[in-house]
Design a protein around this ligand. Sequence first.
Ligand code: M6R
Length: 366
Amino acid sequence: EKGGYDHFMMKEIYEQPRSIRDCLRGRIYPGRGEVQLGGIKEYADKLRNVDRIIIVACGTSWHAGLVGEYLIEEFARVPVEVEYASEFRYRNPIITSKDLVIAISQSGETADTMAAIELAKERGATIFGICNVVGASIPRLTHAGVYTHAGPEIGVASTKAFTAQVSVLTLMAFYIAQQRGTITRNKSVEYLTELNEIPDLVERALKANDQVIAIAERFKDSPNCLFLGRGSSFPVALEGALKLKEISYIHAEGYPAAEMKHGPIALIDADMPVIFIATKNSSYEKVVSNIQEVKARGGHVIAIVSEGDTDVKEMAEYVIEIPQTSETFVPLLATIPLQLLAYHIAVMRGCNVDQPRNLAKSVTVE
Ligand code: M6R
């Protein structure tokens, strides 16, 4: 049942080329530059008039929501807020009937997310769900939604569900942009053609596994670890840190790279591995200077870079290459080596990877 892998988590990491392909299937038409989402098509009018989108979720699903914020604001030009479902619910939030709430949940059973939906519903918002488990409670509570189609996820640490959530949010961003006329057909063709190739690029990203094993070997006994990224790689840094802490019990933090100088830089010494997402995109130069700051303080730099990178390669102690892609799709690729890193470190430390202590697959208490 683990398909020849030692753990469900590893099986699920390796399923990602397929799960992303399944998620995109029948929904993108790159030649026409079109996205079709049957589950929300009745709401096309609503999407043209919506004032604001509020994303509610917990844990890894919340990280996917943060990536979604970048995508939706960039392409559909609608303001987006991303909220922890548990906080949203207890804050007397301002919600109107012109708001769209998107609830993201792998299991579709998370109590905090369900409570947030109930509250937003009472206040007249339209609610979409992005869920993996078909027929779960959340899809039944929402007005409409889009399934991620990642297939059953057994490992407690979410992997393929995350990349499928990001894929659905990418589709939604382009769909909303099409309804609102904020993207040209040519641009859509360009982006969707690239999105269609992401499953193959994820396959290539998985080839970094051996490099990742060497890095895991070197840093498996570190008590702490810092993950840094900018733009939509910031939520990827948060996700990398969450994966590491939940399965290996190493204390890890994700931070926006530029925030480092406002505090976390004080933590950097020769015992601190710092993992940078330093792919070739708009913030590359800035990330390079953040890397120099860490090096100057004796920290160990591990960098995820675009294939063919030379500058960061000279500076970092270890690099992991991922295929070149436009900034929009970097989260789908940069996440892969971070999942592998957490996995290998946890295995080397003798941890129960699929069922980490104190955690359950779905959190049904508030
Ligand atoms: O089923 P959900 O997506 O609603 O679950 C939300 C979180 O409990 C979940 O993502 C949790 O953080 C995972 N263990 C992360 O790997």
